[in-house]
Write a protein that binds this ligand. Structure first.
Ligand SMILES: [Zn+2]
Ligand SMILES: [Zn+2]
Length: 344
């Protein structure tokens, strides 16, 4: 089969590799759509601790079952499916405490190879985190299951009230997914804070108010103005940059909640004013990844059409054009791109 390989940071190659075969309990998916993700761009530019190179590349996908291993129940060859690239072990301490997002092995066996004609899914994913795809849902939208599961996990941890004001920092795909999920819950006071208006246009169309600021002082003044000087009830940081984590707490009202969604590189540090944490009683959450319950919920949101994923997908390209697509993302153009096999 043909697959995009990430050889080293900055270097990819679309080449012939061995087509995977399913073992017992496994399936092989013929990928019909893969989506770009911020993680892909980071890995392409700087490398990634969980992606030793050379490696297959891409982790958001949907497709049809090309081969089904022995013992797989409920799925047949030809079925259209959607899945996430990880599944918990169900045996470790964290899995037994319903914190499967923290499963000790969940990230080790992450499936890579969405930008390839075929991708093999291990039995844990087949059993727990793979679903039939509704015919009404496009493959590209179905491939949103992984990022949407992360966002559902985060929002599930926040005690939200319908009249809460929510400030989302960052204007990319994850920010837009937060807007869509919050809107589906009936939350109307959503503001997206970004550096460039055109990046936030889709969030604006989805019903969010957009604030554009290039420095923290002007951002803070605008947020204060929109919240009676108090700050937002809930602030969700979606950029994953330590300086932005530190600024984010300034936008939270007393007694409010700060959600640090965007992951920073491990080992980096931030500091917060203790007065804001204690005397202003700000709750800080930093949700990571998702549990099978979140995936199921995300799958329903897509399958039932509650979340319309189309505004997230800027354009569609062929697998061989991945380098061109990564260049567009590097220039800050577009939200997510769908990549499809050349033969379709
Ligand atoms: Zn992703
Ligand atoms: Zn586990």
């Amino acid at each position: 089969m043909l697959a995009q390989l990430l050889l080293e940071p900055g270097k990819i190659d679309y080449r012939e590799v061995e087509t995977p075969e399913p073992g017992p309990g496994e399936v092989v998916v013929r990928v019909t759509a893969a989506l770009t993700c911020g993680t892909d761009l980071k890995a392409y530019l700087r490398g990634h601790p969980k992606m030793p190179m050379p490696t297959l590349f891409g982790h958001e996908f949907a497709g049809d079952l090309a081969a089904v291993g022995s013992g797989v129940e409920g799925f047949r060859e030809g079925d259209a499916i959607m899945a996430v690239p990880t599944a918990p072990c169900k045996a470790c301490y964290y899995c037994k405490h319903q914190q499967e997002n923290l499963c000790t092995t969940v990230m080790d066996k992450m499936v890579l190879g969405a930008y390839a004609e075929y991708v093999k899914l291990p039995s844990q994913i087949v059993q727990t985190n793979m679903f039939p795809k509704e015919a009404s849902l496009s493959y590209a939208e179905a491939a949103l299951l992984e990022p949407l599961s992360c966002v559902v996990h985060a929002i599930n941890r926040v005690a939200l009230r319908p009249d809460d004001s929510v400030l989302i920092i960052g204007a990319g795909a994850i920010s837009l997914l937060h807007v869509l999920v919050l809107r589906s819950m009936g939350i109307e006071r959503i503001t997206v804070l970004g550096r460039r208006r055109y990046r936030a246009e889709a969030a604006e169309s989805a019903g969010a108010t957009v604030l554009v600021a290039t420095d923290p002082a002007s951002a803070y003044a605008q947020v204060a103005e929109g919240t009676g000087g108090r700050g937002a009830d809930v602030v969700i940081e979606c950029t994953g940059q330590p300086p932005v984590w530190e600024q984010a707490i300034q936008y939270v009202r007393r007694g409010g909640t700060l959600v640090l969604f965007g992951g920073c590189p491990s080992g980096t540090r931030v500091s917060f004013d203790t007065g804001r944490l204690h005397y202003d009683q700000i709750t800080v959450l930093s949700p990571f990844h998702f549990t099978p319950r979140d995936v199921e919920q995300a799958q329903r949101l897509l399958a039932e059409g509650t979340i319309d994923g189309r505004p997230l997908i800027t354009d569609t390209y062929r697998f061989p054009d991945l380098e061109q697509v990564l260049a567009l993302l590097q220039q800050g153009q577009g939200i997510k791109y769908a990549l499809v096999p050349s033969a379709i």
